[in-house]
Every structure is written in structure tokens, then in C-alpha cells.
Design a protein around this ligand. Structure first.
Ligand SMILES: [Zn+2]
Length: 431
């Protein structure tokens, strides 16, 4: 007790310094990995990074020997949802500070050190975010689009977490409200659920994009159809927050995305989640999955009743085709030089935070991206998407948000699961 008190008295006089040594660095820029590296972290930020032989350990610094390990930046998920899910139920009534923070802790434990909650957030998010940005968070950093936009009585149901709009005047008022809360992004849903529900009309999407632009905000769109993607890119959308899934993307869309610098986020795990539970997937017994999921939830998604309910959906047979289309389109866009961000749409029921980001990387690799492309998309590129200058890569001046791995993820992307430690702002998070 007394020692702690003395430490607290003198601690402010000294910077908190850590030196990580001996690891192979994958820095998130896309540059090849470098062996035998070291990194000095002062008060949570990277002060220097280079060959171990060149990095001195200052007196009083904490030295961490990572010989034989691999270090990559923390994963940035550009499409998640926090706060509104409890077990397999979803609703605004679950949205509390405690629930948001519990989920940000889960993300962090899987190496996801930043998450963008895309369009289903309520008041508690703003305080959490603002407190994080004023200090050194010990949970995943959160960005928010506040409440996103759907058509009146449209898809998905507003559920108290989205704005329902009918006129351009509605759009202007709601965008102004979001701007006053300093949201990081604006989200719109443009989908009719295979013709079953009301879709946000293009005039309203245009109004939202224009209003957002006036407030200096960018718009990410949930899309499904190629035609909607084309119209939205013409209207000035910043990102497609899901893959085009009705058909293969054509050259006209590719050219327009390229010209306007529009980002693509694939969310392959969202697609697989629509049918995989009917196939008794082995991951439901994988300790890497079950460590963060209650046994009640695992038992439910394994149950015949749950599977029967999935299969009762008349569109169920189509869902595997949407995944394969999403993968083909991801590969085609990546090959064309379109900017690829990283996202999963995790958070809603049965779309498991943390585990899904790990799985998404594997699915992106199975779509034909190299492990380096996948890692760069999930780190440096996604920071660039957010215009977040101090995260995403492991370079001087950035926050030390990183993952220590025991195996090389460039040899097998599944090695991103061999997590030994996760650091956020230079502190190892509890796992
Ligand atoms: Zn989503």
C-alpha cells in the first residue's frame, strides 16, 4: 500500500516506457515482414521501431522479450454493431453502457482493437467514445454512425435504433442531429430483402448523402443489388458496407468506384452466418469460439429447433450463393485496385463479435486474397478509411494497438488466431 502510494507520487515524473524485442514485424502498411525487430512504447504510443540491435532499453523501462513471436497491428472492424444484442435477442432495451463495454472487451480479446458500430447506436455510445478519445482505452476503440437511415416502415425495422425517413426534409433534420453529436460516419440501408420489404428510395439516399456532405460527413451504404450500388456510387457514397450479392460486379461499377475512391467492405461472415448453423459447423465446439459465448447460446444454435427455423425461410436455399457471389466480387474488386476495407457485420444475434473478425480474414483469403492483402485491409487500409492517423499501422507516433502471435499469419492466415497478447495504447488487455 505504502509502496503503491510512493509510486503514484513519483510516477508522473517519468514516462511509462515499454520495449518489445525480438519479434517479426508485420506493420500494416503492406511492406514485407521484418525479422528481429523491437519497439519502444512511451505512454502508449510508439516512439521508435526498428531492428532489435538498434533499439536501446532505457533505464526503468519494462522489457518484453518476444523472440520467435509475430507482431501485427490490432484489427480494425469497419462494420460491427454494439450494445443491442443479448445472447440471441436484439433490441434497443438491451442498449446500455455495460453491454457496449462488455462487447468492446470481447472484440479486444480477439485482437479487434477498433470497431465501427454502423448505424444502430443510442446515447451511451457518445460518452464511451468521447472518454476513450480523451485517454488510453483498455477496450476496443469505438467509432459510431449513431442511428442509420431506413425508409418509413422499411427494411430493416427501425427498432428505435434507426431513423425512418419519408421526405428530404426528414433527412436534413436527422443528419443535422447526427452532425451535432459528431458521428464518425452516416449509415443508410438500401435493401428490400429480396422484394419483401420497403427499400430507401434513391431520392432519399441522395438527400442524405448531400446533407451529410454539407456537414463534412461520409456515408456508408448497406446494399445488396448491383443497380443500387451503381446509383449510390453516382450519388457520392463513400463506402459499400456489404458486397454486391445479386450478380457479378461489372466494369461500369468498378470504373466508377475507382474514379471516386469508393471503398468496399465485404462482410463475408455475415453471408455465411445465414446458413452455416444448418450444417453443424465444427467451430461451435472450438474453444477459440466458445471462450466468449455462453453455453446456452451454443446449445441453442446447435438445436434442431433453431436449425428448423433457419430452413423454414423460403429464401434459405439461396444464401450459400450470396456468399460465393460476395467472394467473387471481393476478388474482382481487389484485383481492379478498388480500396478494400475490413468488416464483418458482427454483433447482431449469431454473428459473434471477435470470432467473426478472425473468421472473416480466413474467408477473405479463401476468396483469393493473399494473407498480406487481408492483414493490410484489416489494419492500415481500414485506418485510412477512417482517416484515423494514429492507429492501423505500427509506425513511429501511432498508438501501440497490436497483437502478439505465436505463429506466422503470412504462412497461414488462420495463425492470426494464435494470440498471445493484445495491446491497446500500449497496455496488454485482459483476455
Ligand atoms: Zn450491419
Amino acid at each position: 500500500m505504502r509502496l503503491a502510494a510512493i509510486f503514484l507520487l513519483i510516477a508522473p515524473c517519468f514516462a511509462e516506457t515499454k520495449v518489445l524485442k525480438g519479434f517479426t514485424l508485420i506493420d500494416g502498411t503492406g511492406k514485407p515482414a521484418s525479422a528481429s525487430m523491437a519497439m519502444t512504447i512511451v505512454n502508449g504510443r510508439i516512439q521508435s521501431v526498428g531492428p532489435t540491435a538498434n533499439i536501446k532499453t532505457p533505464a526503468g523501462a519494462e522489457a518484453v522479450d518476444l523472440t520467435g513471436k509475430y507482431v501485427m497491428p490490432g484489427i480494425i472492424n469497419l462494420h460491427g454493431h454494439v450494445g443491442a444484442t443479448q445472447d440471441l435477442a436484439q433490441g434497443a432495451q438491451f442498449y446500455t453502457r455495460e453491454n457496449v463495454e462488455r462487447q468492446l472487451r470481447t472484440y479486444a480479446s480477439y485482437g479487434v482493437t477498433t470497431v465501427v458500430s454502423l448505424g444502430t447506436d443510442l446515447e451511451p455510445i457518445f460518452q464511451i467514445r468521447d472518454e476513450q478519445r480523451a485517454g488510453r482505452p483498455h477496450l476496443a476503440r469505438v467509432y459510431t454512425a449513431g442511428r442509420g437511415f431506413v425508409a418509413k416502415a422499411g427494411y430493416p425495422p427501425a427498432g428505435g435504433m434507426r431513423y425512418e425517413v419519408e421526405t428530404p426534409a426528414d433527412c436534413a433534420a436527422d443528419v443535422a442531429e447526427l452532425a451535432a453529436k459528431k458521428v464518425d460516419l452516416v449509415k443508410i440501408w438500401v435493401d428490400d430483402q429480396l422484394g419483401k420489404q420497403r427499400k430507401l428510395p434513391i431520392e432519399l439516399s441522395r438527400a442524405i448523402i448531400a446533407e451529410a456532405g454539407r456537414h463534412g460527413l461520409k456515408v456508408a451504404a448497406h446494399i445488396y443489388y448491383l443497380e443500387d450500388a451503381k446509383q449510390l456510387v453516382d450519388a457520392g457514397v463513400y463506402a459499400l458496407a456489404h458486397s454486391v450479392r445479386d450478380q457479378i460486379v461489372d466494369q461500369a461499377l468498378i470504373d466508377n468506384m475507382y474514379k471516386h475512391g469508393v471503398w468496399q467492405i465485404a462482410t463475408l461472415t455475415r453471408e455465411i452466418s445465414t446458413f452455416i448453423y444448418a450444417e453443424k459447423p465444427a467451430f461451435l465446439d472450438d474453444p477459440f469460439f466458445t471462450r466468449s459465448v455462453s453455453s446456452r447460446v451454443v446449445d441453442t444454435v446447435k438445436s434442431p429447433q433453431y436449425v428448423a427455423r433457419l430452413k423454414a425461410d423460403p429464401d434459405f436455399p439461396k444464401y450459400p450463393g450470396f456468399l460465393s457471389m460476395a467472394k467473387r466480387n471481393l476478388k474482382r474488386l481487389a484485383d481492379a485496385g478498388i480500396k478494400i476495407g475490413f468488416g464483418t457485420d458482427s454483433g447482431p444475434p449469431a454473428r459473434f463479435q471477435g470470432y467473426f473478425e478472425q473468421w472473416e480474414m480466413e474467408l477473405m483469403a479463401s476468396a483469393g486474397l493473399t494473407p498480406m492483402q487481408v492483414i493490410t485491409a484489416a489494419t492500415g487500409n481500414s485506418a485510412q478509411f477512417l482517416a484515423a492517423r494514429d492507429i492501423g499501422t505500427l509506425e513511429r507516433g501511432k498508438w501501440a494497438d497490436l497483437i502478439v502471435l505465436s505463429k506466422n499469419p503470412l504462412e497461414d492466415i488462420r495463425n492470426t488466431r494464435t494470440i498471445e497478447a493484445v495491446y491497446i495504447a500500449g497496455n496488454a488487455v485482459e483476455r
